[in-house]
Design a protein around this ligand. Structure first.
Ligand SMILES: CC(C)(COP(=O)(O)OP(=O)(O)OC[C@H]1O[C@@H](n2cnc3c(N)ncnc32)[C@H](O)[C@@H]1OP(=O)(O)O)[C@@H](O)C(=O)NCCC(=O)NCCS
Length: 128
């Protein structure tokens, strides 16, 4: 498979319903919960790209643009934006969607860097 094909195949989309156990005392999605979900999506994207063990080495700038109220649906869309020697940069965007209308907008945008590692947890090339 070419790198471009791998990037295309690694793209990942995950939806969640915003139930009360994920919200803060303002009744909106807790930021730490959002980051955890986004890191998981980034992990899946990077793993699907290189098919090796990966760890997150950096969470770059993440912008929380809109509050995400309880009782909405979110969709996280992750894709590879840069391939290094041993690292991959993954952008994850979270969209918020009302349950009873078609309104949908971008709420959070973040970039994660993950590194492929061997059994001794040392960085290894993402491509053979
Ligand atoms: C990931 C880890 C193995 C990298 O080890 P390291 O000695 O820093 O590796 P290197 O300096 O050789 O860098 C490896 C790659 O990561 C990149 N990198 C390292 N630190 C980075 C950072 N802070 N931000 C962005 N990229 C980084 C390097 O640019 C390099 O990329 P390239 O090979 O594509 O050019 C090591 O830092 C580690 O184990 N960290 C803990 C990871 C972890 O436990 N994550 C879970 C979160 S709790």
């Amino acid at each position: 498979m070419t790198t471009d094909e791998r990037i295309k195949n690694a793209a990942t989309s995950v939806c969640k319903a915003i139930f009360p156990n994920t919200t803060n005392h303002y009744d909106t999605l807790f930021g730490g919960q959002a980051l955890g979900w986004m890191d998981e999506v980034a992990f899946i994207v990077a793993t699907r790209f290189c098919r090796k063990d990966v760890v997150t080495v950096s969470m770059d700038r993440t912008d929380f643009k809109k509050p995400i109220p309880a009782g909405t649906i979110v969709q996280m869309v992750g894709s590879i934006v840069k391939v290094g020697r041993t690292s991959m940069q993954v952008q994850v965007e979270m969209f918020v969607e009302e349950m009873f209308s078609d309104h949908r907008e971008s709420a959070i945008l973040g970039t994660f860097t993950l590194v492929a590692i061997d059994e001794k947890r040392r960085p290894i090339p993402v491509r053979d």
